[in-house]
Design a protein around this ligand. Sequence first.
Ligand SMILES: *Cc1c(COP(=O)(O)O)cnc(C)c1O
Length: 375
Amino acid sequence: MLPYGRQSIDDSDIAAVSAALTSDWLTTGPRVDEFERTLADFVGSGVEAVSVTSGTAALHVAYAAAGVGRGDRVVTSPLTFVATAAAATLLGAEIDFADVDIDTGLIDPDSVAGLVGDRTRVIAGVDYAGVPIDVPALRRAAGDVGALIVEDAAHSIGARRGGRAVGVAADLTTFSFFPTKNLTTAEGGAVIGSDATLVAAARAFKNHGLVRDRARQRTPDEGPWHQEVHSFGLNYRLPDVLAALGISQLARLREFAARRDQIVARYDAAFADADDLTTPVVPADAEPVWHLYPLRVPAERRRAIFETLRADGIGVQVNYIPAYWHPVFEDLGYRRGQCPNAEDYYRREISLPLFPGLGDGDVERVIDSVLRAVA
Ligand SMILES: *Cc1c(COP(=O)(O)O)cnc(C)c1O
């Protein structure tokens, strides 16, 4: 079965991980610092990167740093992996699901504007498939309620919108480095921010809220062993062994993105004239880094087409079931029908294989199979 996504590991990655494994540091050593610096430099000037153990941890950290808690509301997109909403729910917030743009699948600022209220603490958009959200439009939608913008950029590291790199526009941006994503540390993620207070809060939450700086401690004279917890947190520390992989993968990201672009261009061209197929729509000011290739087919035939492709050995996926369809949200009172565009997108969507190691022959095989399946 051809997978829909797959990591690309070469000798440079293996050498980097081997060197970390035989060094003095397996975790929280020099490679974590180097990865965070390299990542911040890659994103843009003026930002800091806080590495964590997954994209889900990154969202949890970002919401915690934004002060999300009981009584707060978070507006987000339902066309995402459930973690975008679940991480805020775990902090006690209630979720308002905004609908998406019917063409792009990106959170719709007009829908957001209709949901924002005094208790809205965060508006969290998702860079679906690798196409960045419109952060300035979301800020306008937020009006003057003081909500922060969190960008779930699990799909889009290296992309740009309105001439700005993903990571510099939102208050906090989160990455995932899961193997199918655009670069991998096996499990891993990061939070990007430029506001010193938000970044410090993120750093505290990922490491138990520990304060080791004596100048900030309440009882610094306790002894040389002393450290204090000033706020509750968790252990979301990325190990050095995985940071080593992140450093070598980041050096390869532009090459990965270029190959992903080529494949997307070939898919787009092959499906452009097919009546029953809708290829991904990109806003004029967006420069995506493609994580998914979300093809849309007639809803009533989606399941049959999906099963035909799987039977052909094409490992297609569906991204995503609307988050509030999950029973955990249904049990909280969320109902089907509330975001018609997201539901329509979901009902028609099939993600085709897309990863740097996908050969030209594989791409043609996917195209043939799709065209036969929809004929
Ligand atoms: C993958 C993903 C996550 C979660 O990242 P993990 O590293 O798997 O925890 C969150 N949001 C989106 C949109 C994702 O695709």
